[in-house]
Write a protein that binds this ligand. Sequence first.
Ligand SMILES: C[S@@+](CC[C@H](N)C(=O)[O-])C[C@H]1O[C@@H](n2cnc3c(N)ncnc32)[C@H](O)[C@@H]1O
Length: 235
Amino acid sequence: MKKENINKIFESVASKYDLMNDLMSFGLHRNWKKKFVDLIELKSKKKNIILDLGCGTGDIFNEIMKKPSFHNNYLGCLVDPNIEMMNYGLKKLKSKNLVWLASYGEKLPFKNNTFDLVTMSFSLRNVENLNITLNEISRVLKKNGQFLCLEFGKVDNLAINTIYKIYSDNFIPMIGKKIAGNKEAYEYLIESIKKFPSQKEICKILNLKKFYKINYYNLSFGVAVIFSCRKKQNS
Ligand SMILES: C[S@@+](CC[C@H](N)C(=O)[O-])C[C@H]1O[C@@H](n2cnc3c(N)ncnc32)[C@H](O)[C@@H]1O
């Protein structure tokens, strides 16, 4: 789907985005995001420069800021093409260590080798061009910098997958219609999950993009998955 159309979808659900996440996942997305932030490995004690791409309403920095180990040793760049989503985030997160910026992942307004860490949570699936976005992430990461990505995955348990499919095809668009007043936006969500490559395919793509130390961790039977990798020293 064209990025302008994806942008319109997020604009239309921004006011109900946080509530819908809680309802659709029965609050599970909060645990997934906690585990995600636990997997951050920052070596240096000095100020770490962190990019949260597709930040939406700022959930990932909300978690990062709760961790005592991050106390004041970071500078956060929260980037998203959707200003509506970020406006809700701005009301939630108050810190002088954060900078908010509107941009698509396909063309990031940063110099090469800027960030110690790039995070993406449920946003890689939404980019118009996965290849270009991953090239951009690799470009702006420092050598050996960490890329952490939380996404929906493929469930490999047949029974769980059957229940999950019935739930997502029927109930999610229904809740979307009732709560956010937008059934189509939540049909888009389900389609984007189906189209997104499997855990193994994403690892192969990351390998081609010159990342290394590539690992993934399934959450809730693979409904969600965390990918962790680092930019190669010689790339
Ligand atoms: C499902 S939300 C995730 C928000 C937040 N990271 C979270 O975990 O709650 C997806 C976000 O990706 C953003 N997005 C859409 N297209 C994008 C692109 N091309 N580059 C970067 N972000 C994009 C949307 O505007 C939206 O805020």
